[in-house]
Design a protein around this ligand. Structure first.
Ligand SMILES: Cc1cc2nc3c(=O)[nH]c(=O)nc-3n(C[C@H](O)[C@H](O)[C@H](O)COP(=O)(O)OP(=O)(O)OC[C@H]3O[C@@H](n4cnc5c(N)ncnc54)[C@H](O)[C@@H]3O)c2cc1C
Length: 330
């Protein structure tokens, strides 16, 4: 029996890679039939980059990612409020580059590096512990026995539901996203535009494309919230949900990581980054102690601090980079 990782997204695949690097065999079970070809972008902050670089993924990521030279904070009308340099000096400072890429490219890089099995079309619907292990049940009747289960199955996690009972809750915000042609003359940078009640972030993702994400009140209409010529004006908003803090991220032989453990609003672009940090921590804890206590003890204070910083931005401006050395640095 090996370790079962439920969910083949960013958290699940990184956890599988980290377990493999620690010499712990595992199998990933993913509910979708095939890997997502979803095209929107993702910012990979240096704290995530350090983990992925240590797993040997730096060259593969650099082949598909863009390194921004700066992050700018602007008013809705374009007035520059602050600019933080993110070039070589920041890479040296944080020990890894800031990278911008398409989610599908990130998932492809993670999946290509994982030597173990990823079983697609397996939606986990429950787990039962027995003496010495755990049996997973899947929709359609399949079963699998494992020594332990790591739930990396996102906001609507089935594994979280085996640890505690709670519900998703609305945050009052929604997101609209679009991919647009990038201006080849532009220097690669992240631009955050702050507006009343929402904000908009643009950045290049490689392949001649730029990612645009707008955050707006859940009851607002993008057609009137954004300028008529904005690529977001015709978009369909997706409500942003989260969950109440989970008192414990593990129970017995089950644990959760990433959004399954601690979903957060995307205001600091840290959801995936924290999931990636979880992956390294849980693999190290399992190798060194054989259990999940050390994982939670190490990760919980940091994740709670990040979530608190994100929540502080709910009613104000997203924070600027220099205040967040503690997130990006070692
Ligand atoms: C608009 C927006 C922008 C964002 N931008 C950034 C950013 O720039 N940088 C950043 O770090 N974060 C960002 N985030 C947050 C980031 O997207 C999430 O934190 C991250 O995707 C969480 O990864 P995960 O693997 O934990 O969960 P998910 O991405 O939800 O993956 C879960 C996986 O589990 C599978 N699954 C679900 N249920 C089951 C089941 N029962 N059985 C088997 N498989 C199952 C799913 O199919 C999926 O593949 C953003 C979020 C939003 C909404």
């Amino acid at each position: 029996m090996d370790i079962a990782v439920v969910g083949g997204g960013i958290a699940g695949l990184t956890t599988a890679l980290a377990l493999t690097a620690e010499g712990l065999p595992c199998t990933v079970f993913e509910r979708s039939d095939r890997r997502s070809a979803g095209g929107f972008g993702i910012q990979l902050a240096p704290n995530a980059g350090r983990v992925l670089d240590r797993l040997g993924l730096g060259p593969a990521l650099d082949a598909v990612a863009v390194r921004p030279v700066a992050r700018e904070l602007r008013r809705w009308d374009g007035t520059l409020l602050a600019r933080t340099e993110l070039g070589e000096a920041a890479t040296r400072r944080y020990g890894a580059p800031y990278r911008l890429l398409r989610r599908a490219d990130l998932l492809r890089v993670l999946a290509a590096a994982f030597p173990g099995p990823v079983v697609h079309g397996r939606r986990c619907i429950g787990v039962e512990e027995f003496r010495g292990g755990v049996e997973l049940r899947f929709a359609g009747g399949a079963r699998h026995r494992a020594t332990a289960v790591i739930g990396a199955d996102g906001l609507h996690s089935a594994i979280r539901g085996c640890i505690a009972v709670d519900d998703e809750r609305p945050t009052g915000f929604a997101a609209v996203r679009a991919l647009v042609p990038a201006d080849p003359g532009d220097e690669p940078r992240i631009v955050v535009r702050l507006g009343p009640g929402g904000h908009c972030v643009t950045y290049p993702v490689g392949g001649g494309l730029g990612n645009v994400v707008g955050i707006l009140p859940a009851d607002a209409d993008p057609a009137t919230f954004f300028a008529a010529d904005s690529p977001l004006a015709g978009g369909v908003p997706a409500p942003l949900l989260d969950r109440p803090p989970l008192p414990k991220w593990h129970r017995g032989r089950l644990a959760v990581v990433g959004d399954a453990a601690h979903p957060m609003l995307p205001f600091l672009a840290q959801g995936a980054a924290q999931a990636i940090e979880d992956a390294a921590a849980i693999a190290c804890a399992l190798r060194t102690t054989g259990g999940f206590d050390a994982f939670e003890a190490q990760r919980r204070p940091r994740v709670e601090r990040v979530v608190a910083a994100v929540d502080a931005g709910r009613h104000g401006a997203p924070a600027t980079l220099p205040d967040h050395d503690w997130i990006y640095g070692c």
